[in-house]
Write a protein that binds this ligand. Sequence first.
Ligand code: PXP
Length: 251
Amino acid sequence: MTIIPRLGVNIDHIATVRNARGGEHPDPVAGAYAAIRAGADGITAHLREDRRHIRDDDMVRLQQLCESENIPLNMEMAATEEMLAIALEIKPKAVCIVPEKREERTTEGGLDVVGGYNHIAPIVRELTKSGSRVSLFIETVEPQIRAAASTDAAVVEFHTGAYAHALDDGNTEAADLYLQGFVRGAKLAHNLGLEVHFGHGLTFENVGPVAAISECMELNIGHFIIGEAIFLGLEGAIQIMRDRVTDAREI
Ligand code: PXP
C-alpha cells in the first residue's frame, strides 16, 4: 500500500498579516479551521521568542481547535525554559524543536543536537513525558541524526531550505546533492527508529522529489501555501499541494 505523507499546514503567516495592522484580522485560528476543512492533516505554528507572528493566546486557541477537530497541533519552539513551560501547559500533540535567532527572517539551518545535547535532551524528555511527540529540526548530517536518535525524540524533521534555495538559484546540481543527502539521511533516521518529516521553503514546484522519499511521513509547509492562498484560496492551495505530494508518491 502506498503511504501518502501527511501535510502539516503552518499558519504563522496568517498571523504575520494580522500583526501588520495590529488588530485581530485575519485570525490565524480561523485560518487553521479553514485549512483543516480544506484537507490539512495537521496544523503547525511557531511561537517565536519575539512573538512576531503567533502569540501565546493563539497557541492556546489553536490547541483547543485541534483537539476538538481531532487534528494534531505541531508547536514549533526554541529550546528555552520559557517555551518549555508554555508547551508543558498547552500539551500540543507534537512539538518540533527548532533553532532560533532574533535577527533571522526565518529559521536558518538545523538544530545543533550534538553541541547542545546536554541542554536539548532533558527538554525532549520532559515534553515526551508530558505526552507530546517531539521532533528535532536538523540537517541531514549523520552525527546530528545519531544524536537526535539518542534523545527521547520520536521524529526528525529535515530542513529543506538550502535545497529550495539551490533550485531558486537555478543550481540543479546542488539541489540534487541535497536530495541525495535527504535520501541517505532519511534511511539512517528510519533505521535508528525515528519517523522522518521534511519542511521549509517547499512549493508546488520543488515538493515532488522530497515527497517521493519513501521514509517521508510528513511535510510541514507554510509560507508558500499561505502566499498562494491569495490567488487560489486556502482550499485551492492545499488541494494542489496535496495532489503534488500524492502524485510524487504514486509514480
Ligand atoms: N518546518 C519548520 C521546522 C519550520 O521552522 C518552518 C518555518 O516556520 C517550516 C517547516 C515551514 O517553512 P515554510 O514557511 O518555508 O514553508
